[in-house]
Design a protein around this ligand. Structure first.
Ligand SMILES: C[S@@+](CC[C@H](N)C(=O)[O-])C[C@H]1O[C@@H](n2cnc3c(N)ncnc32)[C@H](O)[C@@H]1O
Length: 358
């Protein structure tokens, strides 16, 4: 394996020679390192700093490849106990090497995450699941064996499945019917969380999404998970089917075959964690304020381009629409899911009127 040296965050790592191309790519025989997923890891560090702060916690980077995430957690946060695991022998060797290179005292393990979790039940307060593609084969054991009120960070890179390009695969893996429309990225994220809530509920556990987002090539959600059958039932009440119309949507009944979903229709963020992340101060203000503005707004959004083309009018500036909505006492915000999208609690009729007023 030809290695090259890179710097990411506060660590220096040996990683296989890689192309600086966009998007996650699976390289079977090499240890995987993808520079374009740095944003995923930067957000992870900021989240863990905000969440765990000074508490003594035990963290598992369960599918670690070069070890970049686990080593950054050890180096850049005050978390003391970090285990870095990967199934691949080559990866485990490289993780050891990289830990030594940075003089970091971490536990390195070469195991399947499934076996590791079965042998270390309830040991971890944070488990990171970052597979090639779908997290479906790995999430259930993490949800089952995370410590009470601990956190599971889940990445899904099978975005085309979750967004509806392959509906049969989506239904097979996630038990939801996707919808490939203007809300496809939010739909995909909400299908992922619905799946996570459903799986946790099988063990009488509830989930609370603390931070969930879509980013170009992946979905990510940080779920706090705890014991409690009644709260698990309340989570299942938040899994709903939706009927999308041309430019809007409504919750549908379970048996309606024109509907899609079920989607998680609860919160995607904890406003408290976003405030704490703001205090940590490492992520771009722009990203944090987009999430903060969206937090507390209803699920799904309008696409201003779609509404304009149906009205055969040029779209008014986004800021003007948002200001008008707020002046009329509606909630309104841009959304990170689509640059032309607006999240609001206004009806489609009132929304169209605001368009025509401009
Ligand atoms: C997408 S890479 C992880 C990237 C890494 N977390 C990062 O931030 O750079 C997925 C890794 O999962 C490992 N893997 C695949 N199946 C596994 C399993 N069952 N248990 C543990 N690791 C596994 C692969 O060897 C690969 O290194």
């Amino acid at each position: 394996m030809d290695l090259t040296e890179i710097e990411e965050g506060n660590v220096v790592l040996s990683v296989p020679e890689h192309e600086d191309s966009e998007g996650p790519k699976e390289v079977r025989d090499e240890v995987f390192y993808n520079p374009s997923m740095r944003i995923n890891r930067d957000i992870c560090i900021s989240f863990l700093k905000a969440w765990f702060d000074e508490k003594r916690v035990n963290v598992l980077d369960g599918m670690a490849a070069s070890g970049v995430r686990g080593l950054r957690i050890k180096k850049e946060t005050s978390i003391s106990d970090v285990t870095i695991n990967d199934l691949s022998e080559k990866a485990a060797e490289l993780i050891e090497k990289n830990a030594e290179k940075n003089s970091l005292d971490v536990e390195v393990s070469k195991d399947s995450i499934e076996k590791h979790l079965l042998n270390n039940r309830y040991e971890y307060d944070y488990i990171d699941i970052d597979p090639f593609g779908s997290p479906v084969p790995y999430y259930p054991l993490a949800a089952r064996y995370i410590s009470h009120e601990g956190i599971v960070g889940v990445t899904a890179t099978d975005t085309s499945v979750l967004c509806g390009t392959y509906p049969t695969t989506c239904f097979r893996k996630y038990s939801s019917e996707p919808k490939n429309n203007w809300c496809r990225h939010e739909n995909g994220l909400r299908i992922l969380i619905a799946y996570c809530a459903r799986e946790a509920a099988r063990y009488d556990k509830w989930v609370k999404p603390l931070l969930s987002y879509y980013e170009g090539h992946h979905f990510r959600t940080y779920l706090q998970i705890g014991d409690g059958a009644q709260k698990a039932d309340e989570c299942l009440d938040k899994l709903n089917r939706i009927r999308f119309y041309d430019h809007w949507w409504e919750e549908g009944s379970a048996g309606d075959e024109k509907n899609c979903g079920p989607f998680w229709t609860g919160d995607l963020y904890s406003e408290k964690i976003l405030e704490q992340m703001e205090k940590v101060g490492e992520l771009s203000e722009k990203l944090l304020s987009l999430w903060k503005n969206e937090a507390g707004l209803p699920p799904f959004f309008y696409d201003t381009n779609e509404i304009s083309s149906s009205l055969k009018e040029a779209p008014p500036p986004m800021k003007d629409i948002i200001d008008s909505l707020k002046e009329k006492s509606f909630k309104a915000s841009k959304t990170h899911f689509l640059p032309t999208g607006i999240k609001t609690d206004v009806s489609i009729e009132d929304m169209k009127e605001i368009f025509l007023d401009h």
